[in-house]
Design a protein around this ligand. Structure first.
Ligand code: HEM
Length: 417
């Protein structure tokens, strides 16, 4: 494992329920031990959430992801237990199974296809050039704030079709949703204070209420929306989403389209800032077709999604009972030594790269994957074009969460070309 990823407090037995186990990086030693010794392991919960099963091997995660009638998304997709009322209030199409899921998915797919995203390439490149140019004007800066955060934020605006001047605000609210376990992102840290007043809001967060209001303004024409953007398409769809579903769909995109790509770019920057040789290899220009997937594999920012068993199921000698929560640890499957040679190393030309960071193989495979890969690739291209060396000047700071992992602060020094 490289120094840039060192998770100092992981002794191979980290508690996967505790957000603090992830506060210094991903507990890879624990995942490696579980893959080897206990591939279907149990983690206890507490009074706020019942315990859950962990699937950590690539093959088992892939199997469960395919068997969506047995491992259902329609009872919640995070560890939190929800009443049926809460589930109905907050669910998005990600929290449904076929056929309900497929109906919405078919409608939104064209806006996110490889072709549609490919057409954005010049826009992404222009934004990336501008972002990198501004960042490196200072020789020392926080690369997450100045680079990794910027591109996904600006592209989210283009995809949603909302005004650029609203983006900082939207991203701050999106961070408060996804970062609801980290005091740097919210005053309502869900395992520290009582958040029951917000139980009907996305991510049990007061930011959810503000995003709902914003979405409602878009829906009722009180804010401009670009023609043919994904929200415009969904708004005009006659047998489409009702008001609550539209608001939840909006919150899903603000949450999903942001930190994930930010943390993937941040992982790349973090690795590059700690390894001169890696930087030189990337700068050679020989790896653009494959490097984004490799950085995203190593980052695997949405570490897991949850399913719920709809019937009793036997796996590796354990009985998963109907109604039990089952976590698919994509972050672990993406480093499974049964599938990946030297899984903890960065191999820029890794091919094939069967990582699971996007939930590949399941009906819910990431909608934004083509966009995310392009963003990672193009921003790195612009960076190595302009910079001869990148060096970390302080240890990276990680987000505190058992759900989303990533470097939230990375102070670096650059030498320009
Ligand atoms: C590197 C960046 C990203 C990663 C690692 C990532 C990861 C994931 C994963 C693992 C899933 C599967 C969820 C499941 O199985 O339940 C997913 C689904 C999804 N992602 Fe991403 N994502 C990224 C970027 C994006 C972007 C940029 C967008 C939108 C602009 C996006 C929108 C979505 C949506 C809407 C879903 C739900 C799809 C469905 O349920 O059918 N993601 N993502």
């Amino acid at each position: 494992m490289t120094i840039a990823e060192n998770s100092a407090i992981d002794n191979g037995h980290s508690d996967l329920f505790n957000h603090d186990s992830f506060a210094n990086g991903i507990p890879h030693k624990t995942f490696a031990r579980l893959r080897k010794e206990d591939p279907v392991s149990w983690t206890d919960g507490d009074d706020t959430a019942k315990g859950f099963w962990n699937l950590t091997r690539h093959a088992d995660i892939s199997l469960a992801n395919k068997e969506s009638q047995i491992f259902s998304s329609a009872r919640g997709i995070r560890i939190e237990d929800q009443s049926y009322e809460e589930y109905l209030a907050r669910r998005t199409f990600q929290e449904t199974d076929a056929p309900e899921h497929s109906t919405v998915r078919r409608k939104v797919n064209p806006n996110f296809s490889r072709k549609t995203m490919g057409a954005f390439e010049p826009v992404i490149r222009e934004l990336a050039t501008d972002i990198v140019g501004k960042a490196i004007a200072d020789k020392e800066f926080d690369a997450v704030r100045a680079i990794a955060k910027q591109l996904p934020m600006l592209m989210l605006g283009r995809i949603l079709g909302v005004a650029d001047e609203d983006l900082e605000w939207l991203v701050e609210k999106g961070d408060a949703l996804i970062g609801n376990t980290d005091p740097d992102f919210t005053d309502h840290v869900i395992d520290k204070i009582d958040t029951s007043a917000y139980r009907m809001m996305p991510f049990r967060s007061p930011a959810g209420a503000e995003l709902y209001d914003y979405a409602s303004d878009l829906l009722h024409g009180r804010r401009p929306l670009a023609e043919n953007s994904i929200l415009d398409v969904m708004k005009r769809d006659e047998d489409g989403l009702d008001e609550l579903a539209f608001k939840n769909f909006f919150c899903l995109l603000v949450a999903a389209g942001n930190d994930t790509t930010r943390y993937s770019i941040a992982m790349a920057l973090n690795l590059l800032a700690h390894d001169k040789q890696l930087f030189a290899h990337l700068k050679s220009g020989d790896y653009w077709d494959t490097c984004a997937d490799e950085f995203i594999r190593l980052a695997s920012p949405t570490m897991h999604f949850r399913r719920t068993a709809t019937e009793d199921y036997q796996l590796h000698g354990k009985t998963i009972r109907k109604g039990d929560k089952v976590l698919l640890w994509f972050v672990s499957g993406s480093r499974d030594e049964a599938v990946f040679e030297r899984p903890d190393d960065v191999i820029l030309d890794r091919k094939p790269n069967r990582h699971l960071a996007f939930g590949q193989g399941g009906a819910h495979v990431c909608l934004g994957r083509y966009l995310a890969k392009l963003e990672v690739q193009l921003v790195l291209q612009e960076l190595v074009k302009r910079v001869d060396s990148l060096e970390a000047i302080e240890p990276p700071e990680w987000a505190r969460s058992n759900f989303i992992s990533g470097v939230k602060k990375l102070n670096v020094r650059v030498k320009l070309v």
